[in-house]
Design a protein around this ligand. Structure first.
Ligand code: PEP
Ligand code: MN
Length: 342
């Protein structure tokens, strides 16, 4: 950590600053420049020390050298995290596509969707049983009945299942049915939920908080990793900006940035990222070109009748067309769709 001292600080104050840092158990290195004096702190970089330093009058700026996350940093596993979920490889050169409705509405619609997305090349089935809703009056999902339907669809199609868990009290129950737990955007910073899931060591997909920057997102992933979880997927699903033309602003930059900063696989969710079905294919292809390790796409048998997120859900035909184009882009960047070892 580097402490930049305010210009014109009297010698006595500077000495007291150095003494304060040393009294906390750190070694210091003083460097006097023409314009500025800098105190280098040698040792670990606890955030509490940074906060305390900002309370000292002569401190202008405290600059951390280390990142606030370690286990999920690229340096911890330069070759990248690759793992398997029921035979589907995540993080490898082949790109798995997760597809299904926003919400499980009944058994018939889920089975029909599972069959159709599988036929079009999807390798993981998505569907919400516990739905986060901004309004307390909207539909909140079918709960355990929805989980049972997801498991039935997996039994029939062989597709592994991903579904959201919102509450620490439900982790065990959801994990009984799901192959991958999803942490939604509204819960990215629910640290007790992250701890609970981290300790379960189950595969988990962590969506980016809609108002979180990349560093905060990676720190949330660090919560999962520090509990012992190694099967973590990140999912860019768009952030809230001043732009009103789309539901969210899909942050395409985040994909190469996170690939550089972290060894974790990154999935793109252009459905929530745009909020409009007509835009989903273009952003899905862009995400693959940018290096995404997978896609999450909302698909519904009849989007006009969907209980949730119909405006951004693709029809079966639109999903099929998108998959054909996505396969071409994947090939252009030396990959292929599927999530199965090449
Ligand atoms: C979802 O996947 O349906 C969902 C609720 O996503 P998000 O948490 O990104 O809004
Ligand atoms: Mn949704």
């Amino acid at each position: 950590m580097i402490v930049v001292v305010k210009p014109g600080t009297p010698e006595g104050e500077l000495e007291r600053l150095v003494e304060f840092i040393q009294n906390q158990g750190y070694r210091t290195h003083l460097s006097r420049g023409v314009e500025r004096t800098i105190v280098g702190i040698i040792g670990d970089e606890p955030l509490t020390l940074r906060d305390r330093l900002y309370g000292i009058r002569c401190v202008d700026e405290v600059i951390p050298i280390l990142k606030p996350y370690k286990l999920v940093a690229r340096a911890a596993k330069p070759s990248g995290t690759v793992f398997e979920v029921r035979g589907v490889t995540i993080g490898g050169s082949s790109i798995p596509v997760m597809a299904g409705p926003c919400t499980v509405e009944n058994e018939q619609m889920l089975l029909e969707t599972a069959r159709r997305v599988k036929a079009a090349g999807a390798s993981i089935l998505r569907g919400g049983a516990y739905k986060p809703s901004t309004s307390p009056y909207s539909f909140h999902g079918m709960g355990e009945d929805g989980l049972r339907i997801l498991a039935a669809a997996r039994d029939e199609t062989g597709l592994p299942v991903i579904t959201e868990v919102m509450d620490t009290r439900d982790v065990e129950l959801v994990a009984r049915y799901a192959d991958i737990l999803q942490v939604g955007t509204r819960n990215m910073a629910n640290f007790s939920l992250l701890r609970e899931i981290g300790q379960s060591r189950l595969p988990v997909m962590l969506k980016r908080g809609w108002a979180s920057n990349i560093e905060e997102w990676l720190q949330a992933a660090e919560y999962l990793a520090s509990g012992g979880d190694e099967k973590i997927i990140l999912c860019e699903r768009g952030i809230r900006t001043f732009e009103q033309a789309t539901r969210n602003t899909f942050d395409i930059n985040a994909i190469p940035v996170v690939k550089d900063l972290s060894h974790l696989p990154v999935i793109a969710d252009p459905s929530h990222g745009t909020g409009r079905s007509a835009l989903v294919p273009a952003v899905a292809l862009a995400a693959i070109a940018a290096g995404a390790d997978g896609l999450m796409i909302e698909v519904h048998p009849d989007p006009s009748k969907a209980l949730k997120d119909g405006a951004q859900s693709l029809t079966f035909d639109a999903f099929e067309a998108m998959m054909a184009d996505a396969a071409k882009v994947a090939e252009a960047v030396g990959r292929q769709l599927g999530g199965h070892a090449a």
